[in-house]
Design a protein around this ligand. Structure first.
Ligand code: AMP
Length: 220
């Protein structure tokens, strides 16, 4: 199986697709957002440094996030999904170096394309498991949990992320456009980019991703 980097605007479904891929193919799911939220919940020094920045919807420093990423790579074996890294060109260069050091070359980049209005609606309805991080949506029938407020998978409590409010979302989307969107050209040049339209159901998006992984869909 190919390793996957997801690039997407906030709330486009990276986490949901990563969870489906993890369950179906046994991928290691590395979410830099989850690593940071764990650091905050554990009350660690890094957590204290990043809390306000995350709530405002800005990017935390490259050095903090890269050290968390390297630690995560040390703890996994097998194929991985990167959900939330890289978020800018500097991080993409760092990632190239990490891949060189670890001799990783079978990587594709999947871009989930979603417009701002749809992404905003998803963010405002999103609820996530406090325990395992799985995402649900209060307003999308297929993404509602079976029992209100409870995770289907681990029975953890479902909560709204503190950055899933309108002001934070706007900042995150703007940060995405300024910093992350240029990565599409970066990976297109390297012939690694696959584009998936994300304004459909998570099942349809997942089907398309599976076709990319199995080679049934070979175009960008
Ligand atoms: P996410 O869970 O991917 O939506 O990330 C939530 C927040 O974590 C982002 O808005 C950033 O503040 C921070 N974050 C996650 N990944 C990165 C990264 N690669 N670089 C900088 N900040 C990040």
């Amino acid at each position: 199986m190919k390793n996957i980097i997801f690039i997407a605007p906030p709330a486009a479904g990276k986490g949901t697709q990563s969870a489906l891929l993890e369950d179906t193919y046994g991928y290691n799911h590395i979410s830099t957002g989850d690593l940071l939220r764990n650091a905050i919940n554990n009350g660690s020094e890094i957590g204290n440094q990043v809390k306000d920045i995350m709530e405002k919807g800005e990017l935390v420093s490259d050095s903090i996030i890269t050290s968390l990423l390297k630690e995560a790579f040390n703890n996994i074996k097998g194929n991985f999904i990167l959900d939330g890294y890289p978020r800018n060109i500097n991080q993409a260069n760092t990632l190239d170096n990490i891949f060189n050091e670890l001799n990783i070359n079978d990587v594709i980049v999947i871009y989930l394309n979603l417009n701002e209005a749809d992404a905003c609606n998803r963010a405002l309805g999103r609820i996530v498991c406090k325990n395992c991080g799985l995402s649900y949506n209060k307003y999308i029938e297929l993404l509602k949990p079976l029992n209100e407020g409870v995770c289907d998978k681990c029975h953890g409590e479902l909560i709204q992320r503190t950055d899933d409010n309108e002001i934070s979302f706007k900042n995150r989307f703007q940060t995405y456009l300024n910093e992350t969107n240029p990565l599409l050209e970066y990976y297109k040049q390297k012939d690694m980019l696959k584009i998936v339209e994300a304004n459909t159901s998570s099942d349809e998006i997942f089907e398309e991703i599976k076709q990319i992984l199995t080679g049934e869909r070979s175009n960008g």
